[in-house]
Design a protein around this ligand. Structure first.
Ligand SMILES: O=C(O)C(=O)C[C@]1(C(=O)O)C=C[C@@H](O)C=C1
Length: 261
């Protein structure tokens, strides 16, 4: 998939291939985060006296990263979505001018607040031992940033899926969107067989990536993150949020005049 070549981006097979590859990144990021305790103080607003900042330690570290990444054009890429879009500096590098593949309102579809909130309240407890680890606050928040950015990229890929599906079945989606039929759109974008395959593959990947392959089966290998936990996170949050992004994107799809219509 090459964002400079729009024809490669809106191909559903290419998109799904990218989603499969992202599973590896996400699972390894989960494994990295699982080395540390849950450390609730990382997420508690104003727990530490950060100069000129109102919010949690994670928010401060994430925003600080996004400010730097914004200056190297990370958020010009159509597959990158910032958590703090209103607080980012412009880049001093020349603009990349990616050819548009998504509708012009794409930046308005941003599920990152919800992703961050679900990550803190639902996902971290499944990945880590409960408790504080004051000496690892920085490492913990760095691991969080990696997880959050990889989940955000995966979930916002729903925009490409949605645009590809819209292009493939324009008449069907135009009718559903005109009728604001959210359930109908959800049904139309759902492919139960693909979802089932993802969950099966995650179980296998979780078993393979989370264990030391040099150990023998008889040595009671324990996975670094339970494969069932990875499956549950995808089933309960990652896939539903991807679908939500798809639906939100499609609901606005007829508001734009664009030459693809
Ligand atoms: O591959 C698709 O068709 C998607 O819409 C993506 C996705 C997913 O999140 O992986 C979401 C909904 C479908 O039911 C299947 C898979």
């Amino acid at each position: 998939m090459d964002f400079m070549k729009p024809e490669t981006v809106l191909n559903l097979a290419n998109i799904r291939e990218s989603l499969v590859r992202m599973e590896d990144t996400i699972i390894f990021n989960f494994i990295e985060r699982s080395q540390f305790y849950s450390s609730p103080s990382v997420y508690e607003p104003n727990k530490f006296p950060i100069p000129n900042f109102n919010g949690s330690f994670l928010d401060w570290l994430l925003l600080s990263h996004e400010k730097i990444h914004s200056q190297v054009r990370r958020y010009e890429a159509p597959d990158e979505t910032p958590f703090f879009p209103d607080h980012l500096p412009e880049t001093f590098l020349p603009s990349l001018n990616y050819p548009p593949v998504l509708a012009s309102y794409t930046d308005e579809i941003n599920a990152n607040d919800e992703i961050k909130q679900i990550y803190i309240s639902e996902i971290i407890p499944g990945l880590s031992t409960h408790g504080e680890q004051p000496e690892n606050l920085g490492s913990t928040a760095m691991a969080d940033i990696e997880v959050l950015q990889s989940l955000s990229r995966r979930i916002h890929f729903g925009k490409f899926v949605a645009e590809a599906k819209f292009q493939n079945e324009k008449e069907r989606f135009t009718k559903l969107i005109k009728e604001k039929d959210v359930h109908g759109i959800e049904d139309a974008i759902t492919n139960a067989a693909v979802e089932e395959k993802i969950l099966e593959r995650l179980l296998e990947k979780g078993k393979a990536y989370g264990t030391d392959p040099s150990l023998k089966f008889s040595q009671h290998i324990q996975s670094k993150v339970k494969p069932e936990t990875i499956v549950k996170i995808y089933k309960d949050y990652v896939i539903p949020l991807t679908k939500k992004v798809e639906v939100d994107y499609l609901l606005k799809r007829l508001e734009v005049e664009d030459d693809k219509n």
